[in-house]
Design a protein around this ligand. Structure first.
Ligand code: ADP
Ligand code: MG
Length: 229
């Protein structure tokens, strides 16, 4: 199954009827284990596209098959179910300040109703160790650095073993070295688990982690290239 397959996706924000579409006839495919970076100027429609793929908003035109679910005409219940199978690293999707790093990660395992709390907390500890945060499990976000918080977000997004990870400018708040480290970590985890990653970024410092770079401009995909080597 192809994790992401979009055909002719067009989207207009509600408002005046002369409003221009912010996405126009977008075709995009992301294969299993593939890391695709979506770049382009601010306002070109990257976040809108990601929220459609993540089933965070309803489709208008075109077809979007995500993890086997067709989103055109999907019910809210279908979209909720799909969202639970996707890992998100969104800027506004912040860690909860009153929970420890371990609790923040364990929270995303709650949807799996079969796991006891003890097991969830133990599993969260393993995931934090996998992102290099052994020893920081009981810290609250305020006592972690920006890079460490981003690693907690990565652990949380990957906790439920999602086949698809969507990230919106995950390095925006990080310095060069820390940003690169965070995405390299995502890449390593994705490759070892066969996770497909679609990452919005206009950070040129991390383009080297991509299998493919797709550029958007004014709601259209203007260029798609395979990264050599
Ligand atoms: P990017 O992520 O590439 O910066 P966005 O997808 O956020 O682009 O925005 C694309 C266009 O849609 C922009 O012109 C923006 O102003 C507009 N837009 C974004 N979100 C909304 C919204 N909730 N309501 C109306 N217009 C929006
Ligand atoms: Mg954006």
């Amino acid at each position: 199954m192809t994790p992401v397959e979009l055909r002719g996706v067009t989207y207009t924000y509600a408002g005046d009827e002369n409003a221009r579409p912010v996405l126009r006839d977008v075709d995009l495919t992301v294969q299993t284990g593939e890391i695709v970076l979506l770049t382009g100027p601010s306002g070109s429609g990257k976040t809108t596209l990601l929220t459609l793929i993540g089933a965070l908003r309803a489709m208008q035109q075109g077809s979007a098959r995500v993890l086997g679910q067709e989103l055109a005409g999907a019910s809210e219940a279908d979209r909720v179910r799909l969202r639970r199978r996707i890992g998100f690293i969104f800027q506004h999707h912040n860690l909860l300040g009153f929970l420890t790093a371990r609790q923040n990660v364990a929270m995303s395992l709650e949807q799996d109703g079969t796991m006891s709390e003890t097991r969830r907390l133990a599993r969260a500890g393993e995931l934090l160790a996998a992102v290099g945060l052994a020893g920081f499990e009981e810290r609250h976000p305020a006592r972690l650095s920006g890079g460490q918080r981003q690693r907690v977000s990565v652990a949380r997004a990957l906790a439920a073993d999602p086949p698809l990870l969507l990230a919106d400018e995950p390095t925006a708040a990080l310095d060069k070295a820390t940003g690169h480290e965070a995405v390299t970590l995502m890449r390593g985890l994705a490759k070892s688990r066969g996770v497909a990653i679609l990452m919005v970024t206009h950070d040129p410092r991390i383009l080297d982690i991509a299998d493919r770079i797709v550029a958007m401009e004014d709601g259209r995909i203007v260029q798609a290239e395979t990264v050599p080597g």
